[in-house]
Design a protein around this ligand. Sequence first.
Ligand code: NAP
Length: 281
Amino acid sequence: MKLTVIGANGMLGRDLVAAAQEAGHTVHGLDLPAIDITDPASVERALPETDAVVNCAAYTQVDKAEEERDLAFRINADGAGILARACASRGVRLLHLSTDYVFSGESDQPWREEDEPAPLNAYGASKLAGEQQVHEARGPSVVVRVESLFGKNGKNFVRTIATRLLDGQREFRVVADQISSPTYTRHAAAGLLRLLESGQNGTVHMTASGHCSWFEFARAIADRLAPDAVVEPVPSEAYPLPARRPRFSVLYNARFEAWTGTRLPSWREGLDNYLKEEGWV
Ligand SMILES: NC(=O)c1ccc[n+]([C@@H]2O[C@H](COP(=O)([O-])OP(=O)(O)OC[C@H]3O[C@@H](n4cnc5c(N)ncnc54)[C@H](OP(=O)(O)O)[C@@H]3O)[C@@H](O)[C@H]2O)c1
């Protein structure tokens, strides 16, 4: 298949380009400045002949989005719409990446695709508006909601904790009241290829199996790198941030499993693979 990846220099985009090439697809990776999804003329110019487009491009600075709301909406909402309409007019299938942050997190049950979104912050609102623009373009498309990504090519929670452990820090205070399913970008990339093969359209949740709090996740990282480190659980209020985060952000993956006949590996397996990839274990 001829596959075009937008946001190809990002954390997920880089792993997706590599995974698609390994799987034998012909891959065209695009990012700024070769394509600017907020500029229709740039999209028209840059989009090659292709069977499918995966949009990993986004404004992803969750806290900064509170003060740069317009920019977040320009990229995550209007940019998504411009790209979706360009794909729809060509009859090209689009996989568009979205987020668990479209939900409020006010539940104890994993979120299903049809649950009512109610974003708590500007980033989540901009991504939800992007989903709506993708649906309104009416082309063959899938909105893929992922969450808490970690991988070699971007800033992420595992790198932050691991770097401090390797620098000798032995005491950590980590929030214990935010629950999610941290997902390794290589596992997410493999999942995206399976979604492409499935031929299905609509909205789908795709995360690692299992879930944990940031505290449990930090503990698991420390157990691998420095078991003597002390990790103390604290409430979110101990770390006030500009953007509110959902409390329970676990996504229900049954639709992904039905569409692909597979599930993503657990967050523990993802963590293990990632630590090895970085050469930290
Ligand atoms: N990271 C997570 O934990 C997470 C969680 C849930 C959902 N997601 C979603 O998953 C997707 C991939 O996330 P990621 O963490 O891999 O993102 P990322 O590392 O921030 O990569 C995004 C890429 O998009 C590029 N970009 C920004 N504006 C653009 C524009 N106008 N035109 C073209 N490219 C543009 C960025 O370039 P610059 O760096 O030059 O700006 C960057 O290379 C995004 O849709 C994100 O919302 C991520």
